[in-house]
Design a protein around this ligand. Structure first.
Ligand code: ZN
Length: 134
């Protein structure tokens, strides 16, 4: 039986947070309008991806912090400052572009963990009538 945090776990796996279905990416950083399996519409309101931007900022801080602190601890006392700095800056540039799509599935999962999907958030199924919400 799914727990309350199941949507978040599904989002962390890059799957549809509502049903766990795959095939929700339209590109590296783009989701399809709705899940092909359960038809849940990912954009829940105007400006919805602002939440994904907060998630990607948290990921950048987490990855940069892990890189910097890990590098310091592993190389102390002969810390290669230039290499740590250059690669750290590179991570801060690359991570937002590489992981933004993933941050969207995490954000949707986080959101529907606290605000479960409503029936009107499912796209109509052209072959089988109105949405079922399952
Ligand atoms: Zn789904």
């Amino acid at each position: 039986m799914p727990s309350r945090a199941t949507p978040l776990y599904r989002g962390l796996r890059g799957a549809c947070p509502h049903c766990g279905g795959r095939g929700i990416f339209a590109g590296v950083n783009d989701l399809t309008d709705h899940c092909p399996t359960c038809r849940f519409s990912f954009v829940r309101e105007e400006g919805y991806w602002l939440g994904a931007m907060i998630v990607i900022m948290a990921l950048v801080i987490l990855i940069f912090g892990t890189w910097t602190v890990g590098g310091l601890l592993l190389t102390w006392p002969d810390v290669p400052w230039t290499m740590l700095t250059v690669v750290g800056i590179g991570l801060n540039i690359v991570v937002p572009f590489a992981l933004y799509g993933w941050s969207k599935t995490i954000w949707v999962g986080l959101d529907i963990t606290f605000n479960p999907a409503r029936i009107e958030e499912f796209a109509p199924d052209p072959d089988h009538g109105p949405p079922s919400g399952t």
